[in-house]
Design a binder for this molecule. Structure first.
Ligand code: FAD
Length: 606
């Protein structure tokens, strides 16, 4: 089924007519990943999301699919092992989304530095070994100070001693979510955004048997019954658990992270760069090029405010500007340079250090692991041990911390799967990078429950090879495949640049987008590229508002801000015609868009 306003209506109706095998609350990456695997495995699945898909944390990340090199400072091999192997899996199942983009890590000789040259080299070698890219063209390399400055002439030379380059991947977080959701919908899941779980339903024994849901587009409430209900609401996880009064224990400790966007002329970086904050707080900061912009982040502060509207504060801006101006002294970035921004809430599990993978002191130091590995690597560098010995040292590290020895509640490092006494499952924490693995762990549990309690038996698909929507092409040949797809657009009258942009955005679905060129009303204020993309987002991606389209189905508001003002009216009018909005509704969505633009532009601080 195409994911559209009509499919939403049908889904809401079908979810009330039958008992589902599985109901998922929350349409971020965690819920989307579970929906894909459940629907593909034949479960009658429903998913409700109270906002737009990915409107929570899953559109507000650093936008990397990565292994978290920082963890290797403490030789926290298990976290990295999980994430680097998952990184490769995500590239296989969604080949149009994560793109290899090597990361530069400059080493500064300063107090509290995360990596010395030696530690960095060891960490990067280990990272490559775990990722299986050692001895390939993607393997890491060390750079001299001069080589670092040759690549990044604007970086501060003061205290700079060397650098390293290692493989990492850029991501489009919100699109990864929508492509999972679309696949689940194609496979028969009932999916509805703007539907909120407002209460839990219980049987006589106090077991959860469904939810009371509210359609936020017309304020009607209805019941959805399901054999298993899973809570994948990220930072809201405790809110859902606490809908059952008896259960009050909070498991989440959300923290806020902020990213700021400037034009590439303000800070010019040729590749993603990652360095210590230099503030002595143990944090590291990313500076990343995207489109013709540079964005940087993140802060990390405890958060107790409104979960749906985390805000960038003056303090966040001061912190990040201080750091980038220290590292790029010629840039002199000021508040007025900031073109866009976003703030997101990290769904950290209380007491689970591994979920804090971007910085701060996770506190997890294994001296034994560290010393053994370092001794072996030293011996290797001195020619006293061979490669097999290093691999074995790594192997034994992995063995000692393998998933078999994990706390049963952890389905991947930094995440947790909890079954409450009332039968409600909660899957939370983790990272976008390991979403598939988290979903797989949860689905195993769900299949057990269905089998033991309901005598319903399903066979799990192999989610490592099951592509998301748009991902049905050869992942080993991404550039050529996307180029071939783009060629179809050129034949439909698009410029090569526009056709490539769309092929990268939609992957193997792009021929459907190109087919819409037939319907383009020539002379429309939106370009052919934008009109067909908007049309597709309404017909097949359930974009219900201008913000859905301009912020999450595309990245216009974040990385093409200068083009947005002229798109406001044509996008609004096109959506109005498509959805037949009355004057009041049109005005409401106009105001919502302007408020979002003001928020992202940091109007409240300027
Ligand atoms: P969310 O995306 O928040 O989804 C939960 C959803 O539940 C929301 O959409 C919400 O609207 C919905 N919901 C809540 N209550 C209800 C209700 N009552 N009814 C219906 N729906 C409801 N990970 C990486 O792999 N790479 C990175 O580069 C990276 N960078 C990050 C940077 C920052 C600043 C942050 C904060 C996180 C970063 N992460 C990164 C982590 C990653 O973004 C999160 O782990 C992930 O997005 C969490 O997804 P989720 O689906 O669990 O939560």
């Amino acid at each position: 089924m195409k994911l559209s306003f009509e499919s939403r209506r049908q889904s809401i109706s079908k979810m009330q007519e039958q008992i589902l095998d599985l109901l998922i609350i929350g349409g971020g990456i965690t819920g989307a990943g579970v929906a894909l695997q459940a629907a593909a495995s034949g479960l009658q699945t429903g998913l409700i999301e109270m906002q737009d898909f990915a409107e929570g944390t899953s559109s507000r990340s650093t936008k990397l699919v990565h292994g978290g090199l920082r963890y290797l400072k403490q030789f926290d091999v298990e976290v990295v092992s999980d994430t680097v192997s998952e990184r490769a899996v995500v590239q296989q199942i969604a080949p149009h989304i994560p793109k290899a983009d090597p990361m530069l890590l400059p080493v500064y000789d300063e107090p509290g530095a995360t990596f010395s040259q030696f530690r960095l080299k060891v960490a990067m070698d280990l990272y490559d070994l775990l990722a299986g890219v050692n001895n390939t063209p993607l393997a890491n390399k060390m750079l001299t100070k001069a080589e670092v400055l040759e690549r990044e002439p604007d970086l501060s030379p003061e205290g700079l001693v060397a650098g390293g380059v290692y493989l990492d991947y850029r991501n489009n977080d919100a699109r990864l979510v929508i492509e999972n959701i679309k696949r689940a919908s194609q496979d028969g899941a009932f999916i509805a955004s703007r539907v909120k779980a407002v209460g839990l339903l219980f049987d006589d024994e106090g077991q959860v048997i469904g939810v009371e849901a509210k359609d936020l587009l017309n304020d009607t409430t209805f019941e959805i019954k399901a054999r298993v209900v899973i809570n994948t609401t990220g930072p809201w996880s405790d809110t859902i658990r606490q809908l059952d009064d008896q259960h009050q224990t909070a498991i989440m400790r959300p923290t806020k992270g902020v990213h700021l966007v400037v034009d590439e002329s303000v800070i010019k970086v040729s590749q993603p760069t990652y360095f210590d904050s230099g503030e002595g707080d143990g944090r590291m900061i990313f500076v990343l090029p995207r489109e013709n912009k540079t964005y940087f982040g993140t802060t990390d502060t405890d958060y107790n405010g409104d979960l749906a509207h985390p805000r960038v504060t003056q303090e966040d801006v001061d912190y990040l500007l201080r750091i980038v101006n220290r590292r790029y002294p010629k840039a002199n970035v000021t508040l007025s340079d900031i073109e866009s921004s976003w703030a997101g809430l990290r769904p950290l599990i209380s007491g689970n250090a591994a979920s804090d993978y971007n910085g701060g002191n996770s506190g997890k130091v294994s001296d034994e692991s560290f010393n053994h590995l370092i001794d072996t690597v030293k011996a290797y560098l001195d020619g006293e041990a061979n490669r097999a010995a290093v691999e074995s040292a790594v192997g034994s590290l992995e063995g000692s911390v393998s998933e078999k020895t994990l706390d049963p509640s952890a389905v991947s490092r930094g995440s947790s799967l909890e079954l409450d006494p009332n039968g409600l499952l909660t899957l939370a924490g983790g990272k976008i990078t390991d979403y598939r693995k988290m979903a797989e762990g949860a689905l195993l549990k769900i299949l057990d429950i269905l089998s033991e309690q309901h005598q319903l038996h399903f066979r799990m698909i192999n989610s490592k090879t099951y592509p998301v929507s748009g991902g049905e092409f050869n992942p080993a040949n991404v550039d050529e495949e996307l180029e071939t797809l783009a060629e179809l657009g050129v034949r439909r009258g698009l410029s090569r640049e526009d056709a490539r942009y769309l092929a990268n955005l939609y992957g193997s679905n792009v021929p459907k987008v190109f087919n819409l060129t037939n319907k383009y009303p020539f002379g429309h204020k939106l370009s052919l590229k934008d009109w067909i993309s908007l049309q597709y987002s309404m017909e097949e991606e359930l974009a219900l508002t201008p913000v859905d389209y301009l912020l999450r189905r595309t990245n216009y508001i974040l990385f093409m801000r200068e083009q947005v003002d002229q798109m406001v009216d044509p996008v609004l009018q096109t959506m109005r015609e498509y959805y037949d909005w009355d004057e009041a509704t049109t005005q409401k969505y106009h105001d919502e868009l302007i408020a979002t633009l003001n928020e992202n532009d940091l109007k409240h601080l300027k």
